[in-house]
Design a protein around this ligand. Sequence first.
Ligand code: ZN
Length: 458
Amino acid sequence: MTTLTFLGAARTVTGSKYLLEHRGKRVLFDCGLFQGLKELRLRNWADFPIPAGSLDAVVLTHAHLDHVGYLPKLTAQGYRGRVFCTPGTKDLCQLVLPDAGRIQEEDARQANRHGYSKHHPALPLFAESDALRALTHLQPLGYHREIEVAPGISVEFHPAGHLLGSAFIRVLVSGGPTLLFGGDLGRYGRPVLRDPSVACRADFVLVESTYGDTDHRPDDEGEALAEIIRDTVARGGKLVIPSFAIGRVEEVLYWVRRLEEERRIPVLPVFIDSPMAAEALKYYSARVSELDPELRPSFKRVSAFATTRFHTIASTQQSKELTASRTAAIVISSSGMATGGRVLHHLEAVLPKEKNTVLFVGYQAVGTRGRKLVDGAASVRMHGHDVAVRARIAKLDSMSAHADRGEILRWLGTLASAPKRLCLVHGEPAPMDALKELIRDRLAWPVQTPEHGETIEL
Ligand code: ZN
């Protein structure tokens, strides 16, 4: 008997974990953290539902924390086997997992200092040392190379176009069904990343439904960004872009470089002020052959991402100097929702002045400073005091890394034949249910939306 148990990202978007069991062998696909609402985050603290040491292998789709962030906790609970992922995913895990450990430790320290946890002492979910130990289990495997990860269970990665190293996974079970784990699905015709690969034939398919009820806005060839840059320059101000350190930074740089080349904006100094973003950029540059062919270095330029006057900021001293400088410039810094990181110092300096612009390029969750600014707050609290907001606050919605409903259907349409069953995962109930209806209407496939903890027989 072959079964699949949904241990995360079932009727919600975070915590991706799917347990495949076949003839006594157990393979876990993705090992993500639950994020967001407290009732979800509490699941990270529960014991893993089976002894972690009884797993034969773990296989990852990509390096976002909601797909890999539970690994340190899994190894701390006794998992000793290999964790298969693409080389690009391994690169990015080396950045995000230790960073997540440091943040967990810092949060626990804060909670203990201010006594706002009911646990004494408050403990981190995992420490940086746990993350470093988890990294030693990573086993890189290139795209399109089949490997047996446990007796009778083989996997093969295919590019998913969602993040550097992102993959969907074809799983062959000897004497059993073929599965396709869709992971997070990227978009078509976007810069930086390639389009998602053609889907392979499978009996059971899992696909995400984050934007199952949405059509992304059509591409504007960078015009909204160009307008914001020209307007800020005309007012003699600075443009600060809070950005997720991995993935989004590359897309922003691509557009700025292209707008410069097409002479649609004046050439400004561009600063990356985020140590993690600078590291991630190196990995993206080193793996440019895996990215959109348009990015390959040509005789015109040496780096795929460098703008004309491009700088990365290393030390905090340099960061402080940049914060104090009044020269017109584009500053890209983290965190993307202005919840922490070096971007806070930049915001504190630019928000009170009308001539400046703050541009948000990613999703802003409820309760974050970023969301308050986007919603038009007159002031925001930072480093213990209120900062007046007089700068222009702008927002670009065009840079999502997830397929919309049309793109999900387009990808499903590349399957050579209808699967026996399609399971929708990684979505909130409303978009997931809307997508279920759409797929039934358009494709007439059997569609299921498994609940958290549900086991299905394959
Ligand atoms: Zn993702």
